[in-house]
Design a protein around this ligand. Structure first.
Ligand code: IDP
Ligand code: MG
Length: 153
């Protein structure tokens, strides 16, 4: 089954939204297989946001990701990368539809609550960037037969 990486950004941690965001993933039927609080170093952020490195606002994004520790999550599920991106919503919280995490909790492009991997390839690299293999847990999801039909997983 597929895995994806989510980061609860300082905008979630400082606003006390960790529980609310986690609950959404649990309620959806996704399995949390890795979770830790971590402070993101300059070098991790320079790799993680390499696609934005030349942007004039890069330093601001980096600073904003270092305002507090973040919570890194690895979620598992069928098609989980796409499912989580849909739950996340578009980058700009002002245009993100209500019902998405960014749409419900943010009004900013930068302070937009969570990061979520954007493709299966990126997810693999990002999960490995934040979690060692022994920090990811393989345990039965007891409600699996109630979450998926048996030909879906
Ligand atoms: P995504 O998080 O929706 O995948 P990316 O383009 O990968 O969006 O950008 C990563 C993060 O960088 C965004 O979530 C946001 O916090 C920040 N960011 C992106 N574009 C801007 C911008 O134009 N101004 C300020 N921050 C930005
Ligand atoms: Mg992105």
């Amino acid at each position: 089954m597929e895995r994806t990486l989510v980061i609860l950004k300082p905008s979630a941690v400082r606003r006390g939204l960790i529980g609310k965001v986690l609950t959404r993933f649990e309620d959806k039927g996704l399995q949390i297989i890795g979770m830790k609080m971590v402070f993101l170093s300059d070098s991790v952020l320079e790799v993680h946001y390499v696609h934005l490195k030349e942007k004039p606002f890069f330093k601001r994004i980096k600073d904003s990701m270092q305002v507090s520790p973040v919570v890194a999550l690895c979620l598992k599920g069928v098609g989980v990368v796409e499912v989580v991106r849909a739950m996340t919503g578009p980058t700009n919280g002002r245009v993100a539809p209500a019902g998405t995490i960014r749409g419900d909790y943010s009004v900013s492009v930068q302070e937009n609550i969570i990061h979520a991997s954007d493709s299966a390839e990126t997810a693999k690299v990002e999960v490995e960037r934040f979690f060692k293999e022994d920090e990811l847990f393989d345990y039965p999801q007891l409600m699996l037969p109630n979450i998926y039909a048996n030909d879906e997983y």
